[in-house]
Write a protein of this length. Structure first.
Length: 165
């Protein structure tokens, strides 16, 4: 009979999912920065790329805490979200609506990450993994701050510029 799956298994599986996602996001952010027309949005994407490198390192530390090798597992959700962002980039290139579209695509990524990190943090608490909780919480805070910064950029200029056209 197959071994019963536990919260430990679910935690490890979800960790592999977000590890894959973060590494995909690392590749997507420079493309988004290049596509952005406003200097502020370019800078926001570049800043988040640096943060994302830290997120990958923290995840590697969580894998170490588990005594497991850091490895990703294909995440169709993030693949789809990134693909949608690429479609927006293509379809709205050279238009005043591009930055608003890029922000919406980036926020879809952030919201996915916030969901995953929030869940992993809760599970780490239940599993008594205090060090993992701290690492996951720090990343969760950064993802939430990025989401808020993107909303600020959308409200400050991108949405109005997209509308004005």
């Amino acid at each position: 009979m197959a071994k019963e799956k536990t919260l430990d298994d679910l935690f490890h599986d979800t960790l592999k999912d977000i590890y894959y996602a973060e590494r995909k996001i690392l590749k997507a952010l420079p493309k988004m920065a290049r596509a952005a027309s406003s200097a502020e949005l370019k800078a926001a994407f570049e800043k988040h790329k640096d943060e994302t490198e830290g997120h990958v390192e923290r995840l590697q530390q969580v894998f170490e805490i588990l005594g497991k090798r850091a490895q990703g597992k294909t995440c169709p959700a993030i693949d789809g979200i990134i693909e949608e962002g690429e479609e927006i980039t293509e379809e709205f290139k050279g238009t005043p609506a591009l930055d608003a579209g890029l922000i919406s695509a980036a926020q879809a990524v952030e919201h996915y990450e916030i969901t995953r990190y929030g869940t992993l943090k809760r599970w780490a608490e239940v599993l008594g993994m205090k060090d993992a909780v701290k690492l996951l919480d720090k990343t969760l805070d950064e993802e939430s701050a990025t989401d808020e910064a993107l909303t600020g950029l959308a409200d400050a200029s991108a949405n109005e510029m997209a509308k004005a056209a």
